[in-house]
Design a binder for this molecule. Structure first.
Ligand code: ADP
Ligand code: MG
Length: 374
């Protein structure tokens, strides 16, 4: 049953990273209180929360405590313990449910559901051992990418195979359980759609973002994506179709490949706000975080529109010092830093958003700033 949650009530968030922080900041504008469960006291979200529960994400007592203080509970990442979340749905109001997490935390169930939604994924096989992988690999051929079914992110838990001789490279992945091997998709672009839906079935997609990765980590999102109108329509329809099939409540990020022949293939799903949607904070009439809060609080959603073409660029550990030195030079840059203490190399520390009337000029400005040169 869909409930309405009002300002003054408390939103509980499992996970205290930057996604939780940006959800919390959006919610606090409307006067909600925030409770966060995270193992660290000074987590990015903990710093802006009203109540901090410091414990592992799957600590049963901590989850009960979160249930006790929260009027509604959401999560900011998908690798939470499914059983724990499921128990939580019995003692607290979790409008997103636990099923979406079960499906998306395992690439095998995720791909199966995408197919059920009638949307294309890359050809794939499932293997529980190197032996099984060897026996089936001819079905997809080379190049192919082997991915652990559980727990991968930012390209971790993946191995690319160019030929049969490469097969042993995938052996260590099986220490983490079953794997999916998929045919390499010769994409021309990577794009993503953030789709958001409330308990009444009201659904909106953010404008399609074009994603540029460096070392398997998102580097830039460019909006609108520089693809044909046919692709924009297909991408939005695919995201909508998946959201309907999954009876989504909350936020789902759909990562896609664009092919030369103007078709798309779905890469993966994330059941939460996504790095490629951060541009919406300044770029759109409603951000992915505000819309997420509206969706889980049973509020009507707002149709997102883009104010202006927008570029988002990620700030990793190695970019923090050069960025600080450049802040005074670029009044048009919106600076976001997540309050993480240690600026480790490749750690996501923040992002910069730039609204522009000339995307190429802005991409050059980013490049010439020297901050992201490596
Ligand atoms: P992660 O969970 O680490 O984001 P992804 O499945 O999104 O894992 O893979 C990371 C990146 O690797 C993708 O953004 C894409 O650039 C590349 N990649 C993954 N799968 C394929 C594929 N089947 N074909 C081509 N490139 C792929
Ligand atoms: Mg990905």
């Amino acid at each position: 049953m869909t409930k309405t949650i009002y300002p003054g009530q408390t939103i509980g968030i499992i996970g205290g990273g930057q996604l939780g922080r940006m959800m919390a900041l959006a919610a606090k504008e409307a006067g909600f209180k925030i409770a966060v469960l995270d193992p660290s006291m000074e987590s990015p979200c903990g710093q802006v929360a009203d109540i901090r529960i410091v414990a592992p994400y799957n600590d049963e007592t901590a989850l009960e405590e979160l249930a006790e203080v929260s009027d509604v509970i959401t999560y900011e990442f998908e690798n939470i313990d499914y059983e724990g979340l499921k128990r939580l749905t019995e003692i607290a109001y979790v409008p997103q449910g636990a099923e979406l997490v079960r499906i998306t935390q395992n690439r095998i169930t995720e791909k199966a559901e995408i197919r059920k939604a009638n949307v294309p994924v890359a050809e794939y096989i499932i293997a529980t051992s190197p032996l099984e992988l060897n026996a089936q690999i001819d079905e997809i051929g080379f190049p192919s990418i082997v991915k652990t079914a559980f727990g991968g992110y930012d390209g971790k838990g993946q191995v690319m195979l160019h030929n049969k001789e490469d097969l042993p490279l995938a052996d260590p992945l099986f220490e983490h359980g079953a794997c999916v091997a998929e045919a390499y998709v010769p994409f021309t672009k990577e794009i993503s759609v953030i789709v958001q839906r409330n308990g009444n079935g009201e659904t909106y997609c953010l404008p399609v973002g074009e994603n540029i990765h460096k070392h398997h980590i998102l580097h830039e999102t460019i909006v609108p994506a520089r693809v044909s109108d046919i692709i924009l329509t297909q991408a939005t329809e695919a995201a909508q179709q998946i959201a309907d099939h999954l009876q989504l409540v909350g936020t789902l990020a759909v990562e896609m490949f664009v092919l030369e022949d103007d078709t798309i293939v779905i890469n993966e799903l994330a059941p939460r706000p996504h790095n490629s949607g951060h541009y919406s904070i300044e770029g759109c009439t409603i951000s992915q975080f505000h819309q997420h809060i509206r969706a889980i609080c049973g509020w009507p959603l707002r149709k997102p529109a883009l104010f202006q073409p927008t570029v988002m660029v990620n700030v990793l550990g190695e970019h923090v010092v050069p960025l600080s030195k450049a802040i005074l030079k670029y009044p048009n840059w919106s600076i976001h830093l997540y309050g993480k203490d240690e600026a480790k190399t490749k750690r996501k520390m923040g992002h910069v958003t730039i609204l522009t009337d000339d995307i190429n000029k802005t991409l050059k400005e980013i490049k010439h700033s020297g901050i992201w040169s490596e």
